[in-house]
Ligand binder design. Structure first.
Ligand SMILES: Cc1ncc(COP(=O)(O)O)c(C=O)c1O
Length: 328
């Protein structure tokens, strides 16, 4: 709560999906509205309201693209999918249907499709337009939280959401997640507030201890500095190799995350990524794995630097990348 701007109250749970589920339930309870907005390319967990339109094939853009069988159509249809970074689409939707929207749920950097950075004016519009329409603004910081800054991406971009969700880096991989937010909303989970929040293992001592230990270690900033420096070096190195070899590539880096896309920029929204050469991307990743450098062998996926990585690891990664890209 000391570090995260929106965290006037915090509730702990065990997974990011539980946290986003509770956030949406709270938003619906507070507003008395049913619909939510999410963006093409973002992932927020496995439940029916959000499990759709992440890495969609081109023919599914603009339509529902659920990721599983067995999801309730009635729930899916309460979610509106908009393009990320598109202020006009957001403004038009809220103009037409603002009084139906309980929440706008957003991965502030959609890391589930690599590293697509938000335009400052889009972040500003999210805040202003959600306030104006009475919808709650929820930042899903399950990936960005603690990884990019102790206060999450909200402490970097200066836009404060109503609710936020955290997991992953919060306890350096131990199973714990959090829903944080403004007291006026979060107190509805308390006695008389009418909104249910429960879970046998919520606030489990193992996860809590790991989170406290992680936060204590991150507080002086040296781990972030170390990871950010290595990620910059990896990204700049791969970009340079790609440029020298004449491969159309754009390596995007933010904090400790870097993603080599096999395409030219700009990369601002999901449809831009349809230009990515997925076959080349996967082939690069597979061959890197074959040479002992693990990169998830799926197109568009991000790479993370962690505290344990060293400059020698990056040098080895770059030597390997040069050989692999040369032979692609
Ligand atoms: C941004 C984001 N939100 C929510 C989730 C769901 O978290 P969990 O897998 O812990 O349920 C994930 C998982 O990858 C995620 O990346």
């Amino acid at each position: 709560m000391r570090h995260v701007p929106s965290a006037e109250r915090v509730l702990l749970t065990n997974s990011g999906s539980e946290a986003t589920y509770a956030a949406l339930r709270l938003a619906r309870a507070v507003t008395g509205r049913n619909k939510i907005i999410k963006f093409q390319g973002t992932y927020h967990g496995w439940h029916d309201a959000v499990l759709m339109n992440v890495i969609s094939p081109p023919e599914k853009i603009g339509q529902y693209d659920p990721l599983s069988l067995g999801m309730l159509p009635e729930v899916i249809q309460q979610t509106l999918i908009l393009p990320f970074n598109d202020v006009e689409a957001l403004a038009d939707t809220l103009q037409e249907r603002g009084d139906e929207i309980a929440a706008i749920l957003v991965e502030v950097i959609p890391h589930n499709i690599g590293c697509v950075l938000p335009r400052p004016e889009f972040l500003q519009a999210l805040r202003e337009l959600s306030t104006r329409s009475g919808a709650l603004l929820i930042f899903d910081e399950v990936i960005t939280g603690f990884r990019h800054a102790l206060g999450g991406y909200q402490s970097i971009c200066g836009v404060t959401p109503d609710l936020s969700t955290f997991a992953k880096a919060m306890a350096n991989g131990y199973p714990i997640a959090a829903l944080a937010g403004k007291a006026a909303y979060m107190d509805r989970f308390g006695p008389g507030g009418g909104v249910m929040f429960a879970g046998t293992y919520n606030g489990h001592p193992v996860g809590v201890s790991a989170a406290l230990a992680t936060i204590a270690i991150l507080e002086d900033g040296s781990v972030h500095q170390h990871c950010f420096g290595l990620a910059q070096r990896a990204a700049a190195g791969i970009q340079q190799i790609g440029d020298e070899l004449g491969i159309p590539m754009k390596v995007v880096v933010f904090g400790s995350v870097f993603v080599p896309y096999f395409m030219e920029g700009p990369i601002e929204t999901y449809t831009d990524l349809l230009r990515n050469d997925n076959a080349r991307d996967v082939s690069f990743r597979r061959t890197m794995c074959d040479h002992g450098i693990f990169m998830l062998p799926t197109a568009l996926k991000r790479n993370h630097i962690s505290a344990a990585h060293t400059a020698a690891d990056i040098d080895r990664t770059l030597e390997t990348a040069r050989r692999v890209l040369h032979d692609l």
